[in-house]
Write a protein that binds this ligand. Sequence first.
Ligand code: C2E
Ligand code: MG
Ligand code: MG
Ligand code: MG
Length: 283
Amino acid sequence: AKKNGKNTYVFYEDLTDRHLHKYLLNLKTDLSDAIALDQFFLEYQPIMDNKGRSIKAVEALIRWNHPKEGLVAPLRFIPLAEESGMMREIGEWVIRQAVGEVQNWNATYGQSLSLAVNVSKMQLKFKDELLALIDDVLREHDFPADKLQIEITESDTVAEQKEIVAFITALKERGIQVALDDFGVGTSALFHLLELDVDIVKIDRSFLRQVPSSKKDTALLKGIYSTLDELEIKLVTEGIETAEQRDFVTAKNDSYLQGYYFSKPLPLDRLREVQDSLEGAVL
Ligand code: C2E
Ligand code: MG
Ligand code: MG
Ligand code: MG
């Protein structure tokens, strides 16, 4: 291939692109049956208190078990689901499933963990149907509204600002908490914060990646904390992977903590193990 130089390279590139295209096209087709074939399931990642000592909430994260491809990551299939219009139905499945599972878990263990659910761009377009569904599911499972957190991705709030403000207002009227996810990745993050009356801001994990090793990143994160601390907004710092990062975050502010250091996303029936190991660590 090297001998033939550029042309061959381009040819292979095209072929790879074509393969990828076909692969994605197949995935897109398969998505439409995935609910009926019971191929989706949820994992939950713990969100810890500001010391990392106890679990306050869990974030539901969708998984697709594809019969041929194996596990397909949400960042791969969600965009396809958005394009094909499937995300509305998948998003409904997530809320129904997550509320049911967490309510059941809370009842079993006599706890009251909060549940965070991500909502995508397309779901925001059908906000009235989404609200009706949420009302329905909360009633059906007798799940307290103030234990539900809806995560909206910050960059999705750029378009149709009015609609999103209306959606947030409707959620808050019900006592449901609203979180701004992946904060800081989009442009004019602070502007969005002023426009949107959210309860929780989740600081994107890209800020933490080089903390405390990079001076610039560390300064930036400190700046975000001191700005947000002035506002009455709860913080969650995402992507804590090391004890050093945990120490940095716990020393600097009053943020809840989330990341592989505490736990990867896992099936709900393994959450007790995590709690047991936390209790063991305190003793
Ligand atoms: P997100 O909402 O920001 O969720 C956090 C993502 O970061 C998850 O990836 C989680 O596994 C990962 N993560 C958590 N802690 C760490 C860490 O310490 N290090 C690293 N490297 N990663 C960490 P996941 O499960 O692959 O999900 C990716 C994205 O897909 C989510 O980002 C969310 O935007 C979207 N997503 C997942 N499930 C759903 C869903 O049910 N509905 C919608 N609309 N979007 C979803
Ligand atoms: Mg999230
Ligand atoms: Mg998200
Ligand atoms: Mg996030």
